[in-house]
Design a protein around this ligand. Structure first.
Ligand SMILES: [Zn+2]
Length: 432
């Protein structure tokens, strides 16, 4: 394809990924400056112009650009990874061991693997001398895993020019294979994601001796409120993106039936599907008490709420207060975002469909709603189309490594990801 030696490109990608995985960017503390140094070294070797921006000590971001400054396509990736629980790993998570064509390490899927795929696509466009009519930028951002304060949210404030692009390709939806034990191949494009709303509930009360209950125990008030939240029913609902997702899975033979009753029943039984068809509330921390015989004066808890992208955040918070129905409980919103979706009618999606049809015969394309959040939310909020699209075909057991243990990616997936992404970006950038 286009005179590229894909065997050599795959070897190079695997080598770069192994080097990248050995840089420990567990966040906290992040230490992304080391990742940026590595990427800057690659750009310098290739003679590609780049800039770096330090957002805090040890935290850094990198932007490299090729082609004209117009209608730029951004290959977005984050350089940090989530921490590891070493005892549960079968290998050293920062040794980047390769076994039977599979590279193991924290970040292999989320998302240093995709970062290297984007990097290689970027380098190949440059090396091939592709006549670009649109600019292509490679943006490696820090701190995605902790909320992007030193990454894209910092960039939004301090380097808004870095974010002036017309299209963003990012993490947010892996291609899947082996679903339900079958061999269907499903590439996914996510135009939207769940909206994080983090809330802290606090109650103050009268302290006292545990031997003399006085009816004003803050811990009991909090537990009452949390009990009401725990049984609060969240409506299951199939949004247009999820309707299209379900239809695609039906066509791929992964879902037995796509009728609404069946899908809602499946969602009720599957936490993963339910998370994409309802607002969810997870009780994540509780703090109170100092001693077994002391009635505490303070109690607090945090809730990780994730809303469907079309939900009004204020209306949701008002409903939460009604459910709690206790004046003593105070609410503090720790973090909130507003939902924003990109359109599936974008030329990017059409090109993806075309390329997949040509390069992966028999594969399907499914729209997807990302249940977590990604840096795409910052772009969508400013009206820039942003899509989750990791064009690898990942098996369910591999997917468990994301934020889990034994994270890994096959070299075959590096090759597939590069080939698909290269062709998508090339077509978009050459067509102008
Ligand atoms: Zn990620």
């Amino acid at each position: 394809m286009h005179g590229i030696d894909w065997d050599a490109a795959t070897d190079e990608a695997a080598e770069l990924l192994r080097e990248y995985l050995r840089i420990d960017t567990s966040n906290p503390p992040g230490n992304e400056a080391e990742a940026v140094e590595f990427l800057a070294g690659v750009m310098a070797r290739e003679g590609i112009a780049f800039e770096t921006a330090v957002s805090a000590p040890g935290r850094s971001n990198l932007l490299a650009a090729i082609g004209p400054a117009e209608r730029r396509i951004c290959l977005l990736n984050h350089t940090d990874v989530v921490p590891v629980e070493r005892p549960y790993w079968d290998v050293d998570p920062f040794a980047a061991e390769e076994r039977d064509g599979v590279i193991w390490g924290r970040g292999a899927l989320d998302m240093k693997g995709m970062g290297i795929i984007e990097l290689m696509v970027f380098l190949l466009l440059k090396r091939q001398g592709v006549a670009l009519r649109r600019g292509v930028v490679f943006l490696a951002a820090a701190d995605e895993e902790a909320g992007s304060e030193y990454g894209v949210r910092w960039i939004e404030q301090h380097r808004p020019d870095w974010m002036r692009v017309d299209l963003v390709i990012n993490e947010g939806a892996y291609g899947l294979t082996g679903l339900g034990g079958g061999d269907s191949q499903i590439f996914q494009v996510a135009p939207a994601e769940k909206v994080p709303v983090w809330v802290k509930l606090s109650v103050r009360g009268r302290p006292g001796h545990g031997s003399v209950p006085h009816g004003d125990n803050c811990a009991e008030h909090l537990v009452g409120a949390l009990g009401r939240i725990a049984v609060w029913q969240q409506e299951l609902r199939i949004t247009p993106v999820m309707r299209a997702h379900v239809e695609a899975l039906g066509k791929a033979g992964v879902l037995r039936s796509t009728d609404t009753t069946h899908v809602l029943k499946a969602a009720a039984d599957s936490p993963g599907l339910r998370a994409r068809m309802a607002n969810t509330v997870s009780l994540t921390t509780i703090h109170t008490g100092i001693k077994v015989n002391v009635i505490p004066a303070e109690a607090s808890a945090t809730l990780d709420c994730r809303l469907l992208p079309d939900v009004d955040v204020d209306a949701f918070l008002a409903e939460l207060r009604e459910v709690v129905a206790d004046e003593r409980v105070t609410f503090e919103v720790l973090n909130r975002y507003e939902g924003a979706e990109s359109t599936m009618e974008h030329e990017f999606v059409h090109v993806v469909r075309e390329v997949i049809g040509e390069l992966a015969e028999g594969a399907h394309l499914a729209p997807e709603l990302t249940s977590g959040f990604t840096d795409s939310r910052v772009y969508r909020k400013q009206g820039t189309p942003a899509y989750g699209f990791v064009p690898c075909l990942v098996r369910p057991e591999e997917l468990a490594g994301v934020h889990g243990h034994n994270e890994r990616i096959s070299v075959e997936n590096l090759r597939l990801g590069m080939q698909v992404l290269y062709e998508v970006v090339r077509r978009l950038a050459v067509a102008g």
